[in-house]
Write a protein that binds this ligand. Sequence first.
Ligand code: ADP
Ligand code: ZN
Length: 214
Amino acid sequence: MKSTIVVFGMPGVGKGTRLSNFLDGRETDYELMSVGNMLRAARAAGTELGLKAASYMDQGLLVPGEIVNGVVLEGMKNAEKNLITDGFPRTIEQATAMLEADIVPAVVIELVAPKDVVLDRALNRIVCKKCGEAYTLNDYRPPKVEGICDKCGGEVGRRKDDEEETVLERFAVYETDTLPLLKVLEEAGVEICTIDTTADDVDAQFEALMLKYS
Ligand code: ADP
Ligand code: ZN
């Protein structure tokens, strides 16, 4: 059966890293919708969506729902495989629109870590500008060749919105706008499962939940 799994957590907590580790070799069974990657790709391509989203992204603000909701929900409805979302929903309004479109996630996997740990991860994050793959400046997950993506050969570097000031702004937006949506999904009967990402077996825990709910 086809299901929708929402991967949730603070900016920089490691959603993309967990997903890369899980999806490696399983790409054919899942469809991943990373809204951040989609928006960055739209910008790079210079589409109307990308142009509209750019200034919000650079300030660490959410792109308004009227710009993103339609395209994301359309993509979710058209998914042909198990669908994983990274970065949607991010507001109560988006969660409500998703439920109203009859998309009810099988589970929300909430990734957590202390704020200082997440800040450190965000500041150490570098990404592939072409395919979005996440790497680190420290020795946790560096690219094999400095500055070059292992997967696609694209250029790997710091995201504009990973400067400390912008990261702190994104943390604030997460707390005020994003975190409260869990309650809305919980009230709609969606299971919320939380993983402490500082645990040694974080990838095993993540895999177990992904397989249970796919
Ligand atoms: P992170 O998970 O580290 O916050 P993302 O790559 O998911 O980074 O998102 C980067 C930016 O893209 C966000 O700061 C925001 O501007 C925009 N964005 C991503 N998802 C959404 C969404 N669901 N609604 C509005 N804006 C979004
Ligand atoms: Zn790449």
